[in-house]
Design a binder for this molecule. Structure first.
Ligand code: CP
Ligand code: NVA
Length: 301
């Protein structure tokens, strides 16, 4: 039994296989092929934070694969009233076949998975968002081919997305330039572990030089709402605009996991620029996670 808490839980070979499989499942879906390997299988989805893409892609993905998904929020489960994570893991995993969790501390998904009898998927914690990276890499591969040996620039907050990009740089073998304001760098431990794959910058212009892909994310993540005003002031020089992309390679792509704040981390017009592939990126959450669910649940079949 396998869990998917970070990209480091899978080997580079497995991850590359997932990307190819996601592309294949997408084509099958577009052709209208019915493929239901997860008939009678159930996904439990625990959301302690809001979501549009993650919820809909997992729920639609399970339906398309012939299975079912149950949405669980702390507002109406005993988890929200203090039932321990370990007890919830033991109970839920006796009823469903796979669990997906979006929560705050990364340690919560680790504790849940330690007591779960079924695979656990991290659907975003304060530290990582590995499912989004599957979609991002799929999107890059579909538009430009292999990402191996390419240069990716991360501009903005050294947050959960940035940290999953660090994991991705290690696993998919690309170089990551990270430009953040002082004090907002990704974890020093992660940077050290990936030292040969990651370079830290202060100036976004330096980071995007030679980049094949530029990515950013909101300046205040879920749970940081009271820092919003201060962050908008500090991150102002980190807005990604058409002019900033002009400094990258001519065939650069732009990605954002969404939701985006136009006028903050992206200029008003950036998502309409032909270099932005954010809608494909959002769609690929569906296909990449279908590949992940199939991988986790159909291995021995
Ligand atoms: N990118 C992403 O995870 O979006 P949601 O918060 O809408 O799920
Ligand atoms: N960094 C953002 C990503 C949202 C998908 C957050 O954690 O809120």
């Amino acid at each position: 039994m396998r869990h998917f808490l970070t990209l480091l839980d899978f080997s580079p070979e497995e991850l590359n296989w997932l990307i190819e499989r996601a592309i294949e499942l997408k084509q099958m879906h577009k052709r209208g092929e019915v493929y239901e390997p997860l008939k009678n299988r159930v996904l439990g989805m625990i959301f302690e934070k809001s979501s549009t893409r993650t919820r809909v892609s997992f729920e639609a993905g399970m339906a398309q694969l012939g299975g079912h998904a149950i949405f669980l929020s702390p507002r109406d489960t005993q988890l929200g009233r203090g039932e321990p994570v370990e007890d919830s893991a033991r109970v839920l995993s006796r009823m469903v076949d796979v669990v997906m969790i979006r929560t705050f501390e990364h340690e919560i998904v680790e504790r849940f998975s330690a007591f779960s009898e079924v695979p656990v998927i991290n659907a975003l914690t304060n530290d990582f968002h590995p499912c989004q990276l599957l979609a991002d890499i799929q999107t890059y591969v579909e538009h430009r081919g292999s990402i191996k040996g390419k240069t990716v620039a991360w501009v903005g907050d050294g947050n959960n997305m940035c940290q999953s990009y660090i994991n991705a740089a290690q696993q998919f073998d690309f170089h990551l330039n990270v430009a953040t304001p002082e004090g907002y760098e990704p974890s020093a431990f992660l940077v050290k572990e990936a030292a040969d794959r990651v370079s830290l910058f202060r100036d976004p212009k330096d980071a995007v030089k030679g980049a094949d892909l530029v990515a950013t994310d909101v300046w205040a993540s879920m749970g940081q709402e009271d820092e919003q005003a201060e962050r908008v002031r500090i991150f102002r020089p980190y807005q990604v605009s058409r002019e900033l992309l002009d400094l990258a390679n001519p065939d650069v792509l732009f990605m954002h996991c969404l939701p985006a704040h136009r006028g903050e981390e992206v200029s008003e017009d950036l998502l309409d620029d032909p270099r932005a592939v954010v809608w494909d990126e959002a769609e690929n959450r569906l296909h990449a996670q279908k590949a992940l669910l199939e991988f986790l649940l159909c291995q021995e079949e």
